[in-house]
Design a protein around this ligand. Structure first.
Ligand SMILES: NC(=O)c1ccc[n+]([C@@H]2O[C@H](COP(=O)([O-])OP(=O)(O)OC[C@H]3O[C@@H](n4cnc5c(N)ncnc54)[C@H](O)[C@@H]3O)[C@@H](O)[C@H]2O)c1
Length: 180
């Protein structure tokens, strides 16, 4: 997909990496040579995905600021550095320090981007999609819902040096839903 120069040797953590979109991100990043710490409050799910890609697992609830501090420490301990945080579980490690207390200088060089998935078939949405599939699909110009593997490639791009000038952006992967 991307040149190995873009991502090889980097270290990422993926919260909610035990299932759905997060698990697809773990697999896609690992395919590009990234060492991944799979973080999930479902310890078994995290361990299973980590084992699949030769990564490391860490059980944490990202709504707990102390657990987020421990998660970052675990990445540094297990993998020696941290280049990319995919804050997929919805609440990210901003709880480490109140965002407003981070100095402008500390933010320089850190790229922050958001991915906006359309309806994606995962354990979160499977029942809702099954309950009214035609209605949901009718809202999507491309005529289908997403699978997690539709979302992960953009995350890989944003984690790579190929997106070196992208920051502060929001990127839809929604089959054209928001463009209507
Ligand atoms: N599926 C969609 O249609 C869709 C659309 C837009 C945005 N999203 C967002 O994408 C993200 C992933 O959703 P998904 O559909 O892959 O869901 P999913 O239920 O398949 O996977 C979520 C994973 O996160 C873990 N998790 C949940 N809360 C956690 C917490 N507090 N701490 C640690 N781990 C936690 C779960 O154990 C699970 O493994 C979510 O933030 C969701 O809001 C999903």
């Amino acid at each position: 997909m991307l040149s190995s120069r873009s991502l090889g040797g980097k270290v990422a953590l993926v919260t909610g990496g035990g299932s759905g979109i997060g698990a697809a991100c773990v697999r896609a990043l690992a395919e590009e040579g990234v060492s991944v710490l799979v973080v999930d409050y479902d310890a078994e799910a995290a361990a299973a995905i980590a084992a699949e890609v030769g990564g490391s697992a860490f059980a944490a609830d990202v709504t707990d600021p102390d657990a987020c501090i421990a998660m970052v420490a675990a990445a540094l301990d297990a993998l020696g550095r941290l280049d990319v945080a995919v804050n997929n579980a919805g609440v990210g490690p901003a709880g480490l320090i109140p965002t407003a207390d981070i100095s402008v200088d500390d933010w320089r060089g850190i790229r922050v981007n958001a991915v906006g998935p359309g309806t994606t078939e995962t354990s979160l949405t499977r029942d809702a999609i099954a309950s009214e599939p035609e209605k949901i699909v009718a809202r999507v110009p491309l005529g289908r819902v997403a699978v997690p593997e539709d979302i992960a490639p953009l995350v890989v791009f944003l984690a790579s040096d190929a997106s070196a000038f992208c920051t502060g952006g929001w990127y839809a992967v929604d089959g054209g839903w928001t463009a209507q």
